[in-house]
Design a protein around this ligand. Structure first.
Ligand SMILES: C[S@@+](CC[C@H](N)C(=O)[O-])C[C@H]1O[C@@H](n2cnc3c(N)ncnc32)[C@H](O)[C@@H]1O
Length: 158
């Protein structure tokens, strides 16, 4: 069975603009990104582009026992790998686009999100696609909700 990092590298070679980076986030980056979050206030969390799950598992470690994490990824291999890698009942992994976040939340009877963390390679998206995802994100967030985006960029010129 491939490890999660190898899935990321393989997917990147096949679909560089969709994946955005051949390497999963470092442990240092994960800690840095998640440090400002008050996890006691997060009941519904959403992750866009979990990929191999570096952020997913770190979020679950910090989340309340009654919280839920909806992880949305367009990559079938990532979705399959994440589902088989975790038996955590708080985690819901769906194959789909971040632009449909409201539908995915509704389909799982989840309300507004307290936290949305994006690992999407926004720099590779068409402006209209990025704008649609940001509009969907704004509608899906609770009024006091928090949005954070990890910078996933290809080298300039791509
Ligand atoms: C750079 S990887 C991020 C991986 C992981 N979050 C990390 O930091 O290690 C980007 C991920 O976004 C996913 N992705 C690309 N477009 C997407 C979209 N519109 N909606 C959801 N996921 C998407 C890709 O399949 C890939 O898993």
């Amino acid at each position: 069975m491939k490890d999660t990092g190898l899935v990321a590298a393989t997917k990147f070679l096949r679909h560089p603009s969709m994946v955005g980076s051949a390497f999963p986030a470092s442990a240092r980056m994960v800690r840095h990104m998640l440090a400002p979050v008050d996890w006691s206030k997060v009941r519904i969390a959403v992750e866009y582009g979990p990929g191999s799950g570096r952020f997913t598992f770190a979020m679950l470690e910090r989340m309340r026992p009654d919280a839920r994490l909806l992880a949305i990824d367009t990559g079938e291999e990532f979705v399959g790998k994440l589902r088989s890698a975790s038996a955590d009942r708080r985690l819901i992994v769906v194959k789909g686009s971040a632009g449909d976040v409201a539908r995915h939340l509704a389909e799982h009877n989840l309300g507004e999100a307290d936290l949305i963390l994006s690992g999407l390679p926004f720099s590779t998206f068409k402006p209209s696609e990025a704008e649609a995802i940001m509009a969907a994100t704004a509608s899906a967030l609770a009024p006091s909700g928090m949005f954070a985006a990890i910078r996933c960029a290809l080298p300039s010129g791509r």
